[in-house]
Write a protein that binds this ligand. Sequence first.
Ligand code: 5GP
Length: 236
Amino acid sequence: MEKRDKIYEGKAKVLFTTDNPDLLIQYFKDEATAFDGKKKGIIEHKGVLNNKISSAIFKLLEASGIKTHFVEQQSDREMVVKKLRIIPVEVVVRNLVAGSLAKRLGMEEGATLKNPIVEFFYKSDPLGDPMINEYHAREFGFATDAELKLMTAGALKINGILSEFFDKRGIILVDFKLEFGEHKGEVLLGDEITPDGCRLWDKTTREKMDKDRFRRDLGKVEEAYQEVLRKVTEKI
Ligand code: 5GP
């Protein structure tokens, strides 16, 4: 499938139209940003690694009954996806205390939660993705009640599938962010599932294998993404 017009360029990906009006090409870049774009850098080969990691995970989710925008991996950096009307609510699922949850509530990182926590954030770069709840989403028309219900149930199901998948590969799925969108009346999982938007810790050493290595200047960022790709594509 051929790329036509660039319709969107984000911090990590570019979207192009194709000859099929229902399909887009999602192109993965090496650029990395953190702290609402205040920190910028390049993670060598990140685009290729994230395209492969995300393709493998979308395939796994589709095989487990989750509807996603994924059609196929077309090349090293390109994925064919269904065109979505993005619902501007990011859904975060947490299994352990980390990141903004630790900061917001003054907690140490690392405690395991008794039950997963689902949080919503309004997808807005200028506002830095503020946290919202169902009332805000409904009031301001970011998502309908039906969409929120589907996204919450989908996010928890995805959490179950991925937690088990990573656990078998010696990785703890600490937390992750999902984006959903509407395609022909259906709510589909969109965006990507990669170490850019997931916290992944080695089960034995608790070493970070995700974008926190970039955010916190821990070094060996590309190596960590390589290792995640190796584990995600490992046949066990
Ligand atoms: P936190 O709220 O602790 O910063 O993030 C929770 C989880 O969601 C982390 O795994 C983080 O990587 C992911 N996440 C939250 N917001 C974003 C975002 O705007 N972009 C990306 N790539 N990931 C995000």
